[in-house]
Design a protein around this ligand. Sequence first.
Ligand code: ATP
Ligand code: MG
Length: 370
Amino acid sequence: MVLEMSWQTAWMRSKNNPLLFVTDLLGATPESWQAAALEAVGKHDRVSIRSGHGVGKTTLQAWLVLWFLLTRQNCKVPVAANSQDQLRDTIWPEIAKWHRQLPEALRTRIDVQAERIVVVEDPEGAFAVRRTASKENPEALQGFHAEHLLFLIDEASGILDVVFEVGLGALSTPGAKVVMAGNPTRTSGFFYDTHHSLRNRWHTMHVSCLDVPRAQGHIEDIRAKYGDSSNAWRVRVLGEFPTANDETVIPLELVLGAVGRNVSPLGYYPVWGVDVARFGDDRTALAKRQANKLLEPVRWWNSVDLMATAGRIKAEYDETHYDMRPSQSLSMRLGLVLAFTTAVRSWRHAGKGRQCRRGSRYARDLYAPS
Ligand SMILES: Nc1ncnc2c1ncn2[C@@H]1O[C@H](COP(=O)(O)OP(=O)(O)OP(=O)(O)O)[C@@H](O)[C@H]1O
Ligand SMILES: [Mg+2]
């Protein structure tokens, strides 16, 4: 006969057994990789997980917040990601959701607040707090002192090295645990190093969406859009770092970082950027932006000759409300832009990265509002 463990017994036994905490006190059913990760966190102080999208990394970190706060005294859990939105809109609701699953006697020990999760009887000495780790805030991982520290770092690939350089001392505090997880969007930086040159100092894990049923909703879309030999497939589905590509003008990590980022438009004139394809498989693209904000999705059309492209953009200009038009003298600029993009194209085809960078500088000059 198998006797069910009371929650009190499970609680007492879960100090070094986060898997038991998650199954018996939160009532969750971890994916098999999550179960392995929970066991790894029980045994290792430094765990780094790379994966495709949606496999349950943020959920794992939410579970760890509750586990750590409820199984130790004098404990602090800095939770870092590279954007406040990521912290507020993903991990915090996930913590609140699992907090509600706790047995009442444990649930009432924890107060989920807007910025902090505190242990009610010691709110100053035992808490989790969110920290945005960015260029503007490189001290995100610094300044925490407690007998027990757990650093949780979500979307770790997007966090700049300066944050790790500044916070490395804290991460290395004896007994501190660090768990970082992310989509492996770039082939440099501290997160990348933990899976390569620093691998012997970290317990690393790799999770592919193909092995996690709940993470497969997006994979056919990615296959259809980018193909399964693309970097998008590697990063978002397989959870592998992208392959370096000599012909890349804009690295994938910058594109992924920019998509969906919230920016407030600055008060400049709109600027239109045109990438002109002439003949062949390429497409001509028109991007309308106002300083740092894209005003509408990039439009594209199959290649037509230069004059037809110029005519099409002029027609677009005439139909656009004057508030939203790029500043003055479109026809002159258009001529310059077409000449410029044709020149860049030939540099790019010549495969000269340095010249492409020069091309980008000219682009800024040309497209800058006057
Ligand atoms: N073991 C689980 N039981 C129930 N729900 C889960 C479990 N693991 C993950 N989920 C749910 O699956 C969804 C995706 O999980 P999560 O956001 O943690 O994935 P992720 O790996 O962080 O995704 P992303 O790569 O987009 O950041 C969430 O709604 C989460 O609540
Ligand atoms: Mg996540």
